[in-house]
Design a protein around this ligand. Structure first.
Ligand code: FAD
Ligand code: NAP
Ligand code: SF4
Length: 673
């Protein structure tokens, strides 16, 4: 019997018979924005359909120009759009999949001057101020939704998802936060939900009775001026009446200051609100947010909290998620670690999305892994993520690969990262690689520091020997109070109650989190820490966050002047979460520091022109890293002189190294050897 009988059981949703309970949630990849990328988009979706997902939802496609997320964003309003989208739907159908197009009107989240909203209320995350829609504009927008749905049907889509959450236009109309209208489209919930309901009716009229309509409703707005539970239930019931076949869960507006998808959010953290709305409706309900393993998904459906699960980023990480679950290979899934580094961070930087653990995501036509015509012998030095990615990809291609690792375990720096509270998911990547080393037949030599003689006779040598922590030149650096981040995270020493951290980069911030929190917060602890009322008794489901217990007194230090973002680390979409957490824990953050020395008294430094002594128990050094290149044969100019030798990851360049670059370099190199 399958390990996931509920997850893999069929379900009828409106007019569609689905083969299992997995919906691929909508994600903006950047491929939807320019019509010349539709071939790439088709290949990307076809790979997920082949991987067994029952129903795919595309990234947001606007019904008209004012609804664009970005200038020249994907739109469905002309015959040419039907032709382009037809490539996508045909590719999915050929793989036996089903696909719905998401209709998204960004409202005041549109990053362009044509944006409109319920009222002239500017968003804190957008420089443009929207125009309040006139009655005429509202009516023509409703028509535009209808036309988009009709054209989507002509393009071969099985249905549409109406995006009504995350603070986009329909959510803006639904909540007092933005809707301060006094006409029939505002006021009490009956007026505020009129646009979402009329849009749904128009879509049903235009696309016909046998066309799937999903509505993504915000079940927790997590912003002031959001809805209460009674208002959410009223809207959900009215949408069901208007013709919705499947209700999908939306959590939190984009401008909310409560994390909803980053790795520190517990898995399935928002299942309770989905379960609650399900009891109010007779249509199926889909759960979303931080569902990244088949076990979690199975549990949600088996316990009756949801009828389907929406997996979005997990299907970037592994297009074969469902097929692997079906074949009892759940432990071979390349799990999404909720880092946002290659997906959302890229989207916000206007770059094409991809995935840290799967650099092929959204690059399926460009990064192709083929069987090699010649079987080579390949040595890989170092089982950090760069070496692991290179070794397993090369072996998948048919090469004979030997992987040398100096320590007793694989993982390198990434294993240290997994010790940080909120980064426990990183362990899943190491589990995946461990499994894949076995399935691809890599010969692994642990506890073996490779020497030049080990590398003789191989056709190719990949040096992925990574980095070691940099110790700055500072009087007293050898004092027993001083530890590197590696010594601290590996657990060889327990830090005292007062700690100074030298370096406020990504690792400095992580070390602060490590010193402040325990690993693996429960859902209720997460809710209390961030001020979430899961019963949504107050507008937006907000309550006063619990004051964090002060387990240590910390100083986070850097030499650069202090800027607004100090304490946020490198992640664009995750940094604010770290910064808020450190501020709430009252971590002292100083920039413009000059380090003087460490002695029995503590850390001496100059700050704001004054000599200060921090009477700390420990000083943790997070001052960057240095490449390990002792096995790289170089000439006088520092060029690699052995044509067999390839250098990747931290061994290649230590500055601005992260796991995204390390894995990508490993896969790309192995794909061409
Ligand atoms: P390494 O991880 O340094 O691996 C090199 C390996 O080579 C080591 O296992 C070493 O033992 C081995 N080795 C060296 N010499 C030899 C030899 N002669 N023979 C055999 N083996 C040898 N990155 C992100 O992208 N996102 C994050 O959120 C993130 N958080 C982090 C948090 C922390 C606390 C830390 C420490 C790092 C974090 N990173 C993060 C950085 C990321 O982990 C590294 O960039 C990445 O792991 C580097 O991989 P690598 O394979 O190049 O090198
Ligand atoms: P980093 O981000 O470059 O930060 C290094 C810190 O050390 C800086 O604050 C720097 O600030 C300080 N420093 C540098 N040289 C110093 C010296 N000689 N003396 C004292 N201080 C010095 O590097 P990192 O924190 O080691 O992180 C390594 C990599 O891992 C980064 O590239 C990062 O992207 C990645 N990472 C990513 C994440 C993530 O969440 N995405 C998390 C952790 C790590 P001053 O020079 O101003 O003092
Ligand atoms: Fe998940 Fe990170 Fe990949 Fe995004 S980049 S899909 S968050 S693993």
């Amino acid at each position: 019997m399958s390990a996931y009988p509920h997850l893999l059981s069929p379900l009828t949703v409106g007019p569609l018979a689905l083969k299992n309970r997995v919906l691929m949630g909508s994600m903006h990849t950047g491929l939807e924005d320019r019509f010349f990328h539709y071939g790439k988009l088709a290949t990307y979706f076809a790979e997920r359909a082949r991987g067994g997902v029952a129903l795919i939802v595309t990234g947001g496609i606007s019904p008209n120009r004012s609804g664009w997320l970005l200038p020249a964003g994907g739109t469905m309003n002309t015959r040419l759009d039907v032709v382009h989208h037809g490539r996508v739907t045909r590719a999915v159908r050929q793989e036996g999949g089903k696909i719905a197009m998401q209709i998204l009107h960004a409202g005041r989240y549109g990053y362009h001057p044509f944006q409109v909203s319920a009222s002239r209320v500017k968003s804190p995350i957008n420089p443009f101020t929207p125009r309040a829609m006139s009655e005429r504009q509202i009516l023509s927008t409703i028509d535009d939704y209808g036309r988009a749905a009709r054209l989507a049907r002509e393009a071969g889509y099985d249905g549409v998802e109406i995006m009504g959450s995350e603070g986009y236009l329909l959510n803006q109309f639904l909540c007092r936060r933005v809707n301060v209208r006094t006409d029939a489209w505002g006021g009490a919930i009956e007026g505020r939900m009129r646009l979402p309901v009329e849009v749904t009716r128009a879509v049903r009229r235009a696309a016909g009775a046998d066309f799937l309509i999903i509505y993504r409703l915000s079940l927790l707005d997590l912003v002031e001026g959001g809805n209460t539970w009674d208002e959410i239930v009223s809207a959900a019931k009215a949408l069901e009446q208007a013709g919705v076949n499947l209700l999908n869960t939306g959590i939190g507006w984009h401008e909310a200051r409560i994390p909803t998808i980053v790795s520190s959010v517990p898995r399935a953290a928002f299942r309770a609100v989905t379960a609650r709305i399900k009891r109010e409706l007779s249509i199926p309900v889909c759960a979303s947010n931080r569902i990244n393993t088949p076990e979690v998904a199975e549990d949600l459906i088996a316990k009756g909290d949801a009828d389907m699960v929406s997996l979005a980023r997990p299907l970037l990480a592994d297009p074969d998620f469902v097929v692997k679950a079906q074949h009892g290979k759940g432990d071979e899934i390349n799990t999404c670690i909720a880092c946002n580094q290659a997906c959302l961070d890229h989207t916000f930087a206007l770059k094409r999305a991809s995935c840290l653990v799967n650099p092929r995501a959204c690059h399926e036509t460009e990064l192709v892994i083929t069987r090699s015509s010649r079987r080579k012998t390949i040595a890989v030095v170092g089982a950090g993520v760069a070496g692991l990615a290179a070794a397993t990809t090369a072996a998948q291609r048919g090469h004979e690969v030997t992987l040398f690792e100096a320590s007793a375990e694989i993982g390198g720096q990434f294993r240290l990262a997994a010790k940080v509270p909120g980064k426990e998911e990183f362990q899943e990547t190491l589990r995946y690689f461990e499994k894949r080393l076995g399935s691809t037949g890599v010969r692994v030599r642990l506890s073996h520091r490779a020497t030049p003689s080990d590398l003789n006779g191989f056709d190719e040598v990949i040096v992925a020997s990574g980095v070691v922590p940099r110790l700055p030149r500072l009087p007293g650096i050898e004092h027993t109070k001083v530890l590197s981040y590696a010594q601290l995270l590996s657990g060889s020493v327990v830090a005292g109650k007062k700690v100074a951290i030298i370096g406020a980069g990504g690792i400095g911030v992580d070390v602060a989190e490590f010193l402040l929190h325990d690993a693996g917060a429960s859902i209720s602890a997460f809710e209390a820490a961030w001020g979430i009322d899961p019963l949504v008794r107050t507008a937006g489901g907000l309550q006063e966050p619990a004051a964090p217990e002060r387990v240590r007194e910390l100083w986070l230090l850097q030499r650069k002047p202090k800027k607004k973002k100090m304490g946020s680390g490198p992640g664009r979409t995750t940094g604010w979460v770290h910064k808020l957490a450190l501020e709430r824990a009252r971590v002292t953050m100083w920039g413009g520091v000059e380090y003087l020395r460490v002695d029995d008294q503590g850390l001496h430094l100059r700050h704001e022109g004054q000599h200060k002594t921090l009477a700390v128990d420990h000083v943790i050094v997070c001052a960057g890293q240095q490449s390990v290149r002792d096995l790289v044969p170089v000439d006088d100019q520092g060029r690699v002189r052995d044509p067999r030798c390839h250098v990747i990851g931290g061994a290649d360049v230590a500055a601005e190294l992260d796991a995204k670059r390390a894995i990508k370099q490993g896969v790309e190199l192995a794909a061409r050897l």
